[in-house]
Design a protein around this ligand. Structure first.
Ligand code: JFZ
Length: 421
């Protein structure tokens, strides 16, 4: 029907990914007990022996991943990405390669397997975030981002380390994660570090990224790999901002996913107050899809193993909108260039159904217009998506005038579904 913008082909299976559009990020580790950002060990330069108090008190007695998965599914999310290990080095599963793992805490159990099972029960795809950085491993060398880079004792302790031994560990844990939990749909490594005046960087050479990618694809041929091994793969990952247009590499549109927090922290942060409103979150999702991207929104569960009330309110608010408006997100992408969005609106388009969705970020009084020959020639029928109530319209010259009610429908973002000839 139309020549729509398409992402470059990818080695991994991104077909389902570009259809499903909306996922849950989960950042969970011993930093949840500090409850003041997942980088707390770095921000406060906490030595290992002091930071260990969080490991020694990790006991999420209220942990029930079925509740997490249901909350995500009800929010309209179709996949999830869990931090199997974040920069602190703490592992959520019963790895053979370190003692710094959930099974050795007072909780005493693997938390990853039940989580994967619970999200699969909700028919959600499974993604693993895995930190390339590791502020706990005995062979991980100091770098610009290391929590203890300025600690003289630690500098002495770390000076003869062999990074290759750490990278072997990284490969070994990658093999565990890709062979013990069934089909893994996304591997979200994080992140490569540029060199600084003081320290060498850590990137594709150090991780042995080219061989690692081959190794990964040998284990999980369809897997989606992100761009943080310092070699672009299946998806670009803009973080904590909304791109102004479809993300491109070398001038060509690519598969992309914006990752964002509800608040100012990825890990649970008790006192952080910059929580985004449901309006803002829904508009971020729509804006992302209108530019051909995915949105990965993050929850940081508490040290008791729960999504806190603020996170649950965000998820349920998004779910309320998605329940009636998912049709303008799933299977949708950037609209053909011949359609120009009305003021304060975003367009999405479903190429299989040939339907255009007009998302009204502000609600005009009286008249609502869309200009352009194409919309005038092609519009066949229009309705509010939330209740399928007809929106009558007239065409004058090259402008469609929609006859919308004075009162905005009681939804976060009203959407007009336009059936095209
Ligand atoms: C990284 C992590 O440090 C953070 O804790 C969280 O997990 C996020 C999803 O990913 O954040 C980054 C990574 C790279 C840069 C900035 C933040 N960078 O290269 O500027």
């Amino acid at each position: 029907m139309y020549n729509i913008t398409q992402a470059q082909p990818t080695p991994g299976n991104t077909k389902w990914f570009q259809n499903d559009r909306f996922g849950l990020f989960i950042h969970w580790g011993t930093y949840a007990l500090a409850a003041r950002h997942e980088w707390v060990k770095n921000i406060e330069a906490i030595p290992d022996d002091i930071y260990d108090k969080y490991f020694k008190h990790f006991d999420p007695d209220l942990y029930n991943p079925d509740l997490w998965a249901k909350a995500a599914s009800d929010a309209g999310m179709k996949y999830f990405v869990i931090t199997t290990k974040h920069h602190e080095g703490f592992c959520l599963w019963n790895t053979d390669l370190t003692d710094y793992k959930a099974t050795n805490t007072p909780y005493g159990k693997d938390v990853l397997t039940p989580m994967v099972n619970a999200f699969r029960e909700q028919n959600m795809k499974v993604g693993f975030y895995h930190s390339l950085l590791d502020w706990h491993h005995p062979e991980y060398t100091l770098d610009e981002c290391h929590a203890l880079k300025n600690n003289p004792e630690y500098q002495e302790k770390a000076k003869n380390r062999d990074l290759n031994k750490y990278v072997d560990y990284l490969w070994g844990q990658t093999q565990e994660l890709l062979t013990r939990f069934g089909k893994i749909d996304i591997l979200w490594y994080d992140f490569s570090i540029g060199k600084s005046d003081r320290f060498a960087g850590k990137g594709k050479n150090e991780w042995r990224s080219e061989e690692l990618i081959k190794f990964i694809r040998g284990l999980q041929p369809e897997i989606i790999i992100n761009d943080r091994l310092e070699i672009d793969q299946d998806v670009k990952t803009p973080e904590q901002y909304q791109p102004r247009e479809w993300v491109k590499v070398d001038g060509k549109p690519v598969v992309w996913e914006a990752c964002q927090t509800f608040s100012g922290s990825w890990g649970y942060h008790r006192d952080e107050q910059t929580w985004k409103s449901v309006d803002m979150l829904v508009q971020m999702l729509i804006d992302t899809v209108s530019k051909g991207g995915n949105l990965l929104l993050n929850v940081g569960p508490t040290g008791r193993g729960e999504f806190d009330e603020r996170a649950l309110n965000c998820l349920s608010g998004m779910g309320k909108w998605m329940k009636n408006h998912g049709r303008s997100i799933y299977g949708c992408t950037q609209a053909p260039d011949v359609f120009k969005a009305p003021q304060d609106c975003r367009l999405t388009y479903n190429p299989d159904k040939n339907r255009l969705y007009i998302h009204m970020f502000s609600y005009p009084f009286g008249g609502f217009f869309m200009d352009g020959k194409e919309i005038c020639d092609r519009i066949e029928y229009a309705q509010f998506l939330n209740d399928a109530s007809e929106i009558r319209y007239s065409i004058n010259g090259e402008t469609v005038s929609f006859n919308i009610p004075v009162i905005k429908p009681n939804v976060t973002v009203p959407v007009i579904e336009v059936y095209l000839k």
